[in-house]
Design a protein. Structure first.
Length: 132
């Protein structure tokens, strides 16, 4: 049974500050597991604030369509780390429209390109300079 974890560090992010999302797919079995995908990356990242979709800087990246496989060794992990900035824009806006993220709670999902459930986690944007 594979386990999927998706975390944000730090959980409290200053508006405009840097943070990381980390996706880990662990294989606790004694055999390697191969997962087919139709993309060259393990996941796409999507974010909402309340019921509004937003694009967090660093969550959009080139990921070509391809028939690939991700192999996780016995007792091993597939790990992907994403470097992000707490700046957002509307999905329909151009990349030049990123602005400091307003304070509040956001939910980020790792939309997996393999046949496993999509994990999600919350993080909080705080005012720049605010105590954590």
């Amino acid at each position: 049974q594979l386990t999927v974890t998706f975390t944000i560090e730090p959980v409290d992010v200053p508006s405009g500050g840097v943070f990381q999302a980390r996706l880990v797919i662990a294989n606790p079995t004694f055999s390697a597991v191969t997962l087919p995908s139709t993309y060259d990356c393990a996941a796409f990242l999507s974010t909402v604030r309340g019921d509004e979709a937003v694009v967090v800087e660093g969550t959009q990246f080139y990921c070509p369509g391809a028939f690939v496989s991700f192999t996780i060794p016995a007792n091993g992990e597939l790990v992907r780390t994403y470097d992000l900035v707490a700046r957002v824009r509307a999905p329909s806006d151009p990349p030049s429209a990123y602005a400091a993220a307003p304070p509040g709670t956001y939910t980020m999902r790792a939309d997996l390109n393999i046949s496993l459930p999509d994990p999600e986690t919350d993080f909080r944007v705080i005012a720049a300079g605010a105590a954590r």
